[in-house]
Ligand binder design. Sequence first.
Ligand code: FUB
Length: 307
Amino acid sequence: FLLLLIIGFLSQAQTRAVQMGNPVITDKYTGDPAALVYKDSVYLYAGHDEAPNDFNFYKMDEWLVYSSADMKTWKSHKVPLKVTDFKWAKGDAWAAQVTEKNGKFYWYVCTTHATIPGKAIGIAVSDSPLGPFKDALGKALITNDMTKQVDIDWDDIDPTVFTDADGQTYLYWGNRVCKYVRLKKNMTEIDGDIHVVDVPNFTEAPWLHKKKDWYYLSYAYEFPEKIAYAMSKSPTGPWEFKGILNELAGNCNTNHQSIIEFKGKDYFIYHNGATQPHGGSFRRSVCIDKLEYNTDGTMKRVIMTTE
Ligand code: FUB
């Protein structure tokens, strides 16, 4: 009976409601939000910012998942994925995104490769949006030696995935240089060449989404980062730059967005360093604000309710 009581208590703790209002996640510091709308819920995936107060760089060893049916009350769940789940990786649970295809959930992550210098993109797969997730390949999908556009170790970061109405999935990613490649139907192999995307002042954090007949490529712009965006009639461009969507997010040198429509409303999900005590660039908090479109398809500048 005692054992059942303990198990009951632990599972309650893993699924307790977080809170309403910004920041939406307060049980931990979280960065790089990526939301997935699936059936009647939103699944919010984020990196766990574990850096102690006196540590001035990222310390991120695991990714987290939260869920909500109303975008106000968020439940935290069991840790679904850690860097140690990728045997070929040696650290850094950097930005990632989960997508669903044919009932399977694919988590494209960025982490540091153990033997090939630099960051790499890997894939974990699950039958549920809450996991458990397992390394899909036993090796990285994209490694630094495949892409040589810029001479830095972290140019292969921040994967975002988008599947178009015809079933074709695209993977966008990058730092300094934005790149994309088509994925095969199995979601775990690239299909064809890696292309470079021409958008101004691209830093990182691409996010691809579609609304009506427009495709949107939003991304972290300059440094410290604002979020800017471009629009196109095709998921592969050419992209027309449309300007700033979100200004610097408070007390944080990065900004990282996720854009979704859920139950008829549009949302801009991002992180800042200003909304939890001792927050900052390496102790971030996920926030959500309303997103609005103009009649010509352009997006209105996001009004951050946290500042
Ligand atoms: O969280 C680590 C890195 O910070 C991400 O990969 C970037 O997008 C920036 O948010």
